[in-house]
Design a protein around this ligand. Structure first.
Ligand code: SAH
Length: 360
């Protein structure tokens, strides 16, 4: 077992099984051995590649998106531009470069990054130091005022609870030790728990063995964000893989070195994610007082923002080999059999704001 596996095993022996959310929180966020706390997971040599690492056009188009929102807010002289989980800082670097075409926007921007990983904070400082960002552990400490918030592949990293439909009703899925006491294994809680009672009623008759996922962490962030947008004005953009409507399914997945990995083996060494429930996200944002736009697929969002035109511009001054790479990258982001359909985009705005670009 990894050092984190040993720590979790001891905790299970001492205080009993963990919820999947507790397990996921530790595997990703443990301050010493957690996945994000210890490494740079991105890129070809890392464990996975995200959209901004595939093509500069992704961050550029989002930069212009942010500037357009600022414009429709009446061009306030100061705007909090926040990114949740900025990774290497690539998206924001591309966004700020593209937004230079609106110098007034560039002058208004106050950059804030919500990031818990010290390793990634250092990379962000290198990439974005010139823009003088301020870092936050949590969304709540962002300063007041009009806000544009960007979150790409952020919500999928937040811990989820898994509920299993049993003969007796919904029960929480737990992480415990197997008979040997040396391996982590899934189990099902015997009694009802707080979250087993929160599965929406319409799933009461789901087949035995069905799994429903809940992310109270994502719900809480969405609610606070919506209330803040309703109060201070602005917009938030969420891009992630997930489903349009709430549904049953086990989407917990571990990836290491671009390969699927067993989520319970060697915790802390693989990325763990779960699909985002965009139906739930839209409901919570609406309940918090925000106007919701979408979700739409990433392919349709990027096409509406003009990704093809932007790619043609880049191809116009590229070598033949570079042009080929650009075409491959754009297809990867937009094609239905690649990221174009699986990834969804949802925006929340203060009520009364014009629908932001990409959702027309
Ligand atoms: N947006 C980036 C990175 C996505 S990976 C990209 O598209 O490349 C998820 C990011 O969220 C990482 O930066 C990770 O360190 C951060 N993160 C994960 N959980 C977090 C939390 N609870 N609070 C703040 N940041 C978190």
């Amino acid at each position: 077992m990894t050092p984190l596996g040993e720590i979790l095993a001891r905790r299970i022996r001492e205080t009993g099984p963990l919820t999947v959310a507790e397990f996921m929180g530790e595997a990703l966020g443990h301050p010493e051995h957690g996945y994000y706390a210890t490494r740079d997971p991105f890129g070809r040599r890392g464990d996975f590649i995200t959209a901004p690492e595939i093509s500069q056009t992704f961050g550029e188009l989002i930069g212009l998106w942010a500037a357009t929102v600022w414009d429709s807010l009446g061009r306030p002289p100061r705007i909090v531009l926040a990114e949740l989980g900025p990774g290497r800082g690539t998206l924001m670097a591309d966004a700020l470069r593209a937004a230079r075409v609106w110098p007034e926007f560039e002058k208004a921007v106050e950059l804030h990054l919500v990031e818990t990983s010290p390793v990634l904070r250092r990379m962000q400082a290198e990439m974005l130091g010139g823009a003088e960002p301020a870092w936050h552990d949590d969304f709540d400490s962002l300063p007041d005022g009009p806000l544009v918030a960007i979150a790409n592949e952020f919500l999928d990293a937040l811990p989820i609870h898994q509920l299993v439909r049993t003969e007796e009703g919904w029960r929480e899925r737990m992480v415990t030790l197997d008979e040997t006491g040396r391996q982590l294994a899934f189990a099902v809680a015997a009694e009802e728990t707080k979250f087993s009672k929160e599965v929406p009623l319409r799933f009461a008759n789901a087949p035995i063995g069905s799994i429903f996922e809940l992310s109270p962490h994502a719900v809480s962030i969405a609610l606070r964000l919506a209330m803040r947008l309703a109060r201070g004005g602005g917009a938030a953009l969420f891009v992630d893989y997930g489903h349009f409507l709430s549904a049953c399914g086990d989407t917990l997945q571990a990836v290491r070195n671009h390969q699927r990995h067993d989520p319970l083996t060697d915790p802390g060494t693989a990325d763990l994610t779960a699909h985002v429930d965009f139906g739930m996200l839209a409901d919570v944002l609406t309940a918090g007082g925000a106007a919701v736009h979408g979700p739409v697929t990433q392919g349709s969002f990027l096409r509406a923002l003009g990704i093809e035109k932007r790619a043609e511009m880049l191809i116009g001054r590229a070598t033949a080999a570079q042009a080929n790479d650009i075409r491959i990258a754009i297809a990867r982001l937009t094609a239905g059999d690649q990221m174009g359909m699986l990834f969804k985009v949802l925006a929340a705005t203060s009520p009364g704001l014009a629908p932001p670009p990409g959702f027309g």
